[in-house]
Design a protein around this ligand. Sequence first.
Ligand SMILES: [Cu+2]
Length: 668
Amino acid sequence: MLCTVTILILTAGGTDSLPAQDTARVYVAPEVVVQADAVRQPWRTDRPVSSTGSVDDLMRCNGLTLIQRANGFAGEVTMMGLRGAQVNSTIDGMKIHAACVDKMDPNTAYVEIDNLTTMNINADGSDLRYGQALGGSVNFTLRRPEYTKPVRTLIDAAAESNAFLRRLRIDASGGTERVGLRAGYTLRTASDMRDGNDVTIPTSGYTKQNLQVVGGWKLNDSNEFQLSFIGDRATDVGYPALIMDTRKADAVIGALTWRRQWSSSLRTSAKVYANAIDHTMDDYDRPLTQIETRAFMPNMYMPMTGTTSVGGLLVETSISTSSTLINIIVDATYLAANATMEMIPLDTTVTPMFMTNIGDARIATAGLSAALDHEVADGLSFRAGARADVSSRTVRDEAFRSVISGYNPGVPLDVTALAGSVHGGLYHELADDLDVWAVLAYNQRMPTHLEMYGFWLYDPQANIIMNGRADLANENAMSMTVGGSYRQDDLSISGSLYVRRVGNYIGPDPATAIVQQGQPPVRTMGNLGTAMLTGFTATAFHSMASWFGLHATLRGVWGQSLAFDDPLPLLDPLTAMLRAVVGDATIQGEVAFSGALRQSRTSSAILPEDTTPAWMRVDLLIAWRPLAALRIQAACTNVFDTFYHEHTSINNMPARGRSFNAGLRVDL
Ligand SMILES: [Cu+2]
């Protein structure tokens, strides 16, 4: 992974099918574009091996780390040690906010791979298009309708031996010159999974359905309207690492976009969007002994409901000349968030109680972002950008206001916050096949509504209860990234190195811990001083022959809170992946090795965690295309049934053990 990585997940056209083709067009430094059609070009190294994969698998095999709480989806993205709101995660630029106060539903839980065209990853602080974070961003582009294409139907079905995971996808698209339509449905369902020790993990199954409908209308060659809708429903999703499971999570995501090409050098797009998430979770599927003996709120059931609603406006303008590209974005959002919990004692003679965890938080934010890419001289360009946001924040529920004011006396709850970020970078082509670059960035992020107004939120790994604090200062980061890439026809190597100094690090402040008999310590969120993050990523593609290609990545991160002299929590250790692909357009085999070293640098103050042993796993795949429209594949993931968990797996929830998987795809 480089400074910026764009992965094209599904694009139309192209009949090339050899790994060499992937390799040949990979690098346009400092951006990486990996491009292939999953239908017509099934052989590629940036797609999950298993055809039952989710967006999580896609993110993982493209260099991101996930904080894992469930089996196979709803992983929370982390990047070079940045996590939570330090990474700005958006879908088509749209802000979609998790409704669960226990982090069960990062916004990527509400999309499927089949909803997406590209995944754009940036880690050097230079992507301010859709929000401010500490230097990390992930943006997914949703699929668009296809014009001037006969109707095409795709049926993709796969099943796995482990957890009897099944996936069915049906997709239909087509269009005339002026009107394009697409509809896709994905179903994934699994029973409880089995780990590498042949132990079945209780409450780890799930069912998830996703429907996407997109319609486009080209008024003329320079005017296009697009209406897109995603409905996503997850039911009975087990979260073995947590103390509750999702009963039902519904997401409705809608957008209307107008794209206008004013001239060859001026383009605009305007999008109005809205989304709503309704999340319910409970502990009714947990054994009574677990409820009676758990550290947090034992001897009671505690069903919880969380909702978020977002409305937004996103206006993008790009102006280009022969040597300069300017992007200006106006980005406004409104968020309303609620979360409540019932407490139903096992002793039925005791009256149930009720608690509000977020009492109608309202966050209205408006931002302006501008970016410039200017070619200063032949082979040398300068890129710079800035963004400013203003945000008004409040909670409306009066009873809730008085409760949290009681915990933080004198702290005002109505806040107007400002944030600003800037970056600049030089990109130099030293020779035809060699590029180098350096980027300097200062980023700020505002605290989230949970960090400001969350009440009685439980962290099951650190075993602490957290309360928000409305007067948190912005978290900020000064970062420096240097990188280089070397590419020839059959070989490309790239790498980057970064150092980031985080100021006003936001976390549950150990100094505020209140310990009461019979419950985990309660901490208030705070600004925890300075922290350092440094690390590297390296990627290599090598196409050794027309029928043999290799893809390797290596990454490492080191982080330390200077204020607490404590390693930063949830940092993955040195991690490597190697994939080899052999074959031709008809038949292809693939073997993938991935693994990580032991992580023994663990946080003991900020968020206590334990060490994680080293691990390695092997995946195998064979695929056959007897006809252009038919693809049959068989795979075995975790071939040696290795028992392991990633360091970022909450409460050491193990990874899936060996699984055989068979899939069939028909393109009609
Ligand atoms: Cu939840």
